[in-house]
Design a protein around this ligand. Structure first.
Ligand SMILES: [Fe+2]
Ligand SMILES: [Fe+2]
Length: 469
């Protein structure tokens, strides 16, 4: 279905024929724009940015690229096409038709799921708002802004659901989504990872690699939902999300490539010499991976969760790629779960957060393989790794356990003494910040990161992806 751009709010949900909803969303729209003005990318409102805009929800819809000012981006409401005769395909109601309205008994749970997802979208824009001032290139600056406008659109996606299906509470929640702010002492964002500052580009690459990938897994599980409008919304969001993870994976890959060049030039892998040369040594990169991976793992929730069980049984939230499993009811399955007390056998339904976390970690391995191949080809023995899922957990059965990134338990004393070997110290962060010098000359790259393999949409790397005014 094509998107109607003649409307004040571009949409493919026939908004013009629902005047009440249209009015409610048109009332929210200026609040959103005000939020963007105050909390969105700082200082670049008048710049022309080479952005892609969705014109339809099929693959060709993405072909629309052009230079526009960010405040003029056409945020709107886009749902993937409906699937004819779609049926609930997991949980206790398998085979029944999916829901076009919210069943009363699931109303508050669905609202909470949508609000929690919705809250992360503007949060990440807030976390990233100052990064433009230290961009390593115009290419990267453009990618940052592309992510930012799309996260803004993801907020629209969730606000549409709240307005269209949850009446007055939904409208109130939509206002609250603009009132909470990342890192705010009084009104923080709901999930802790989204209150962590992202003050440098190495963190941005890690965030888009690990945290946007958590987003992918959450969206995948909601795309399975029996609440059909939620499923269709999430399916389209997933197509946008892919670019964010691309920025993370290629960003970290470019850092690795640059570091390998410096190591070759110096004929040394001595971290202090690499730092003195203005590059990120691999052990430092490993600390950033440890930090953002462990932080993102918390987003999946406790290993044992009765909410996860109830949400699955009711058909609200499936497993990512549910169709790939053979048992979709899970009433008589169990999972052997590693806890600090030993292996515990738990009902599979209650262990679904862990199942999701596991498939997420497998997805995370893909980039690591690629980066490690580059390190190996350059003749170095160092390998980047993912930290153990038991490392630095602040939720679930491993909370407060002194586990090293390799999974071994140590004494609390040793853990406290060595934590600075595993995640960035104040000094590490200060060093990384010192590398972050803004580069605005078309085609040029900061010294700590290699250029990407190609430009955006077949344009050369020298293209002026952001034209400052
Ligand atoms: Fe998003
Ligand atoms: Fe994202």
């Amino acid at each position: 279905m094509t998107i109607d751009y003649a409307e004040k709010i571009p949409n493919n949900v026939d908004l013009a024929n629902d005047r009440t909803l249209q009015r409610a969303l048109e009332h929210w729209q200026p609040h959103f724009l005000q939020w963007w003005h105050e909390m969105g990318p700082s200082d670049f409102e008048s710049a022309d940015v080479y952005l892609r805009t969705a014109t339809s929800v099929d693959a060709q819809g993405w072909a629309q690229y052009g230079a526009i000012r960010m405040p003029d981006y056409r945020w709107g409401i886009f749902l993937a096409d409906a699937v004819a005769d779609r049926r609930i395909h997991f949980g206790d109601n398998i085979g029944q038709p999916v829901w076009q309205q919210v069943p009363g008994e699931h109303r508050s749970t669905l609202r909470r799921l949508i609000v929690t997802q919705g809250d992360t979208e503007p949060a990440s824009v807030e976390q990233q708002r100052l990064l433009g001032h230290s961009c390593p290139s115009l290419y990267d600056l453009r990618n940052l802004f592309q992510i930012n406008v799309e996260e803004g659109r993801h907020l629209w996606a969730m606000v549409y659901l709240l307005h269209a299906y949850f009446g007055r509470d939904g409208r109130e929640e939509a206002e609250e989504l603009l009132a909470r702010h990342s890192g705010d002492a009084d009104k923080p964002r709901i999930l802790s990872t989204f209150n962590e500052p992202i003050s440098d580009w190495l963190s941005l690459y890690c965030f888009t690699y690990f945290t946007d990938r958590d987003g992918k897994y959450q969206l995948k599980s909601l795309a399975e939902s029996a609440f059909d409008p939620l499923s269709r919304t999430c399916r389209f969001m997933l197509t946008e999300e892919a670019h964010h993870m691309f920025v993370g994976e290629t960003g970290i890959g470019r850092v690795v490539r640059r570091t390998l060049e410096v190591m070759k030039e110096l004929g040394s892998d001595d971290p202090s010499r690499i730092r003195a040369h203005g590059a990120v040594d691999l052990p430092l990169l490993q600390k950033y991976l440890n930090f953002w991976c462990s932080s993102s793992l918390d987003l999946f929730g406790s290993e044992i969760s009765s909410n996860a069980a109830a949400n699955f049984a009711a058909g609200l939230k499936g497993r990512p790629d549910e169709a790939g499993y053979d048992d979709h009811v899970l009433r008589d399955r169990t999972l052997d779960l590693q806890t600090p007390q030993g292996v515990e056998q738990v009902p599979m339904l209650n262990a679904l957060n862990e199942v999701m976390r596991d498939s997420y970690l497998k997805d995370c391995e893909i980039g690591l393989k690629r980066w490690n191949r580059a390190i190996e080809r350059a003749g170095h023995a160092f390998r980047l790794t993912l930290p153990s899922p038991h490392f630095r957990r602040s939720i679930g059965s491993w909370v407060g356990q002194p586990v090293m990134p390799d999974g071994r338990l140590v004494s609390q004393e040793e853990y406290a003494k060595r934590i600075g070997e595993w995640i960035p110290t104040q000094e590490d962060r200060a060093f990384v910040r010192s590398l972050m010098q803004q580069v605005l000359e078309p085609g040029r790259m900061a010294a700590w990161v290699a250029p990407p393999e190609r430009g955006i949409n077949n344009l050369p790397l020298e293209h002026e992806y952001v034209r400052l005014r």
